[in-house]
Design a protein around this ligand. Structure first.
Ligand code: AGP
Length: 613
């Protein structure tokens, strides 16, 4: 999704902007552009923008592109196709204004019509250009007042950064539904829509609040509301390692993040397990034992893979805590006017903490008086701040679009929550300890699965040749199958569909053929015999099988008779099976995509954080 960067200070802006934009590439984009204010007083911003990659933009920049104040953008097309003209920054008729914008202006068509009637000639199809004209035509005295006046006419979501030739000592930014972070440097200030673009320059940051604006000058920043009354947003120092945002020795961020899972899980669990009482310490939830005891239902909300983890979590919570629990796609939840129950605990799950559908679902619950806790990776993100409490995932920065380590830690978050909910009810201390022991063993067991990577490569390459694949599982295995299909689709662009194994004979079995492999999740659990039976039905129709299972599971002679590949993962407590079963599916998707020569970190049409509806 779109990305914003901006810098003002003593250094030339263009190299800083290009570096920042390159670090936002993972968000997904189709064009990029920069604007800098030249050093000569009164000069209009110089703008260069191109459809294509950041490197195309860098190639297009003239040798002399001087200026110490600048803004940049990566665009993900919404209003109008990916063309040079539609790329940001946009300017007004005088050319004095430059604006970059993330989000969507809902009333852009009406505003545009009014501006056209007033004689304005538009040069792009975008909603953003409306803002540039409104700022340019404002008669207010200061840039802050011009931007505030323009924003008062606008309905929709935005994160914006604005330059103006008449106010060359500042960048004005504003946030409404689209994140912006200010980075405080030494005699320079930065702004970005994502921490990844800032960490090379500074780890002292201030998160702009919803509805807030800010002015950045070389010497500092000031925040205020849209009525220009001051606010007290302060910067904080983040204890983060800038190198964690690099791919290091790995060929891709995705592989790096897959391999980081044992360490991410260690961090996630650290200090949160209470062996004495067989429970979890989750102080961040802000719930005491009585409040936890009063929870009668749990609803888990997330999008995409975070929704699938929610499904895994719902099963886990029902099993351990014996409380009804279900998961729903946050993107649908808000639109069906959901009944919000006072004794339901709502759990918002999000890696980025910025997914707008999940954020809006949280706001819907809170608006109706419900209590929401977050399972979020990015500290200080919009969802984390909007929730009543939560559990940070501590997975470390996740850059690749395809989520891996964040999902595994989300599952652990669900397990900790289930443990705590269970232990204030009927889960015995012995059962609590049984799960704690299993949780503690998971990082090493994940490492054991990762150690099988080389053996999985030929299998992944074979699967990559199939046009269409099935992923099947039951109960705990079904969301694992959904997640496996999702990973495959996202990065290898193969058609991959997930079904409950039990549903095969109600329709999809008709599609089984030697050309359609099935990846079957067959854990050593209460359904193993039924699952093995289904494998025979698939094999009888000539369908190639990849069976993801546990050591000791007897496939009933299938391996000798049919086209079957077997992947064994270590056994854990069955409630925790998804944590290990998902790992080989990540590796299969990764190696299938690289075999096809695809860029796994930047899959087509997708973005890391989906910040527009
Ligand atoms: C996962 O691989 C996907 N990229 C996607 O489904 C993602 O999980 C979803 O967009 C939610 O993102 P979030 O966790 O940042 O809210």
């Amino acid at each position: 999704m779109c990305g914003i960067v901006g810098s003002i200070g003593t250094q030339q802006a263009a190299p800083l902007l290009l570096e920042g934009l390159a670090r936002l590439e993972h968000r997904g984009y189709d064009s990029a552009g920069v604007a800098v204010l030249p050093p000569t007083a009164g000069s209009s911003p110089r703008i260069v923008k191109r459809a294509g990659r950041v490197r195309d933009l860098a190639d297009a920049l003239p040798k002399r592109f001087a200026g110490k104040v600048g803004i940049g953008h990566t665009r993900w097309a919404t209003h109008g196709p990916a063309t040079d003209a539609n790329a940001h920054p946009h300017t007004d008729e005088t050319g004095k204004v430059a604006v970059v914008h993330n989000g969507i202006i809902d009333n852009a068509a009406g505003l545009r019509a009014g501006l056209v009637d007033a004689g304005v000639e538009f040069t792009s199809d975008t909603d953003t250009e409306v803002l540039a004209h409104l700022i340019g035509r404002s008669g207010a005295d200061t840039l802050e007042a011009k931007v505030a006046e323009a924003l008062s006419a606008v309905e929709g979501t935005y994160g914006i950064a604005v330059l103006h030739a008449d106010f060359p000592d500042r960048i004005v930014v504003a946030r409404n539904g689209s994140p912006l972070i200010i980075g405080v440097g030494d005699k320079e200030m930065h702004v970005a829509s994502d921490l990844a673009a800032l960490v090379r320059y500074t780890t002292t940051v201030a998160h702009l609040e919803e509805g807030e604006m800010a002015t950045l000058t070389a010497g500092g920043f000031a925040t205020y509301r849209q009525d220009l009354t001051a606010t007290a947003t302060r910067s904080t120092h983040l204890d983060i390692d800038a190198d964690a945002f690099d791919a290091g020795d790995c060929d891709s961020y995705m592989l790096k993040e897959i391999l980081e899972q044992p360490a991410a899980c260690e961090r996630m669990l650290s200090g949160r397990l209470d062996d004495r009482f067989g429970t979890a310490h989750l102080g961040g939830l802000g719930l005491d034992a009585r409040e936890i005891r009063a929870v009668r239902r749990v609803k888990l909300l997330g999008c995409g893979s975070a929704h699938y983890v929610g499904q895994m979590g719902a099963t886990l919570i029902e099993e351990l805590a014996r409380i009804p629990a279900d998961a729903e796609a946050a993107s649908e939840f808000r639109y069906r006017n959901p009944v919000i129950e006072p004794d339901t605990l709502y759990v918002a799950i999000s890696q980025s903490g910025e997914t707008v559908d999940t954020l809006l679902a949280v706001q819907e619950v809170r608006r109706k008086g419900g209590r929401v806790v977050g399972l979020v990776n990015v500290v200080g993100s919009a969802i984390a701040r909007e929730c009543d409490g939560g559990i940070y995932l501590h997975a470390g920065p996740e850059v690749a679009v395809a989520s891996t380590k964040a999902l595994t830690t989300m599952f652990l978050g669900c397990a900790l929550l289930a443990l705590q909910l269970g232990r204030v009810r009927d889960l015995s201390v012995a059962d609590g300890r049984r799960l704690i022991t299993a949780l503690q063993a998971l990082p090493a067991q994940i490492q054991q699965v990762l150690d099988q990577e080389k053996e999985l490569i030929p299998l992944a390459q074979r699967l990559a040749e199939a046009e269409s694949l099935f992923f099947v599982g039951r109960v705990r295995g079904y969301p694992v199958a959904r997640e496996g299909a999702q990973k495959f689709k996202e990065i290898s662009y193969r058609h991959a569909e997930a079904y409950q194994t039990s549903e095969l004979k109600h329709g999809p079995l008709a599609l089984i053929s030697p050309a359609v492999p099935t990846i079957a999740i067959v854990p050593h659990d209460e359904l193993v015999d039924r699952n093995v039976g289904a494998l025979h039905e698939i094999a009888a129709r000539g369908g190639p099988l990849v069976v993801l299972t546990h050591p000791g599971v007897d496939l009933g002679g299938l391996e000798a008779e049919a086209d079957v590949a077997r992947i064994d993962v270590p056994r854990t407590e069955r409630e925790l099976d998804p944590a290990l079963l998902t790992i080989p599916l990540q590796l299969l998707a990764y190696h299938a995509a690289t075999h096809l020569g695809l860029d796994v970190d930047k899959p087509r049409n997708l973005a890391k954080s989906v910040t527009v509806e």
